[in-house]
Design a protein around this ligand. Sequence first.
Ligand code: FES
Length: 168
Amino acid sequence: MLDAQAAAVAFDQALTRTTGLPGDLIPLLQAAQVAFGYVPVSAMERIALTLEIPLAEVYGVVTFYKQFRLTPRGRNLIRVCDGTACHVNDSMGLIEAIDEVLGLKPGQTDEHLDFTLETVACLGCCSLAPCIVVNDETHGRLEPRKVRTLLNKLKKQAVAERSGAATV
Ligand code: FES
């Protein structure tokens, strides 16, 4: 995800490179998502205008494919596995611990865009159940206490980064 100005420039460039053919719809949506971190309505409107297709068609494609997001995602992505091996090893306890620390339920992002919580069916490391992935790092054989410790640390970092960014 780019900062707002860089995102707008990158998306403008993608729009100027388009052939204007309907086949450009998905590449343009992908360009919007790479730039903004999700597909804003304003980007859908500009794509519809550029390709001369109805906005409803653009919206239909965005909502059809799981790869597209309609809301911004937090800078830190937490994915909790709720597959069978993790579920029987108390993945729900991990989800509750995350909710306690971050106030998030699966599918939610906090107001500062620090964290997004998602659940997945299997992370492919069932022998480490229950496990979560924070950004690209896998944490296995977890229990709620360990999750609280991990997330309290990440939360402090996120707040520090945000305050640092505000003073620059
Ligand atoms: S079920 Fe959780 S990693 Fe496979």
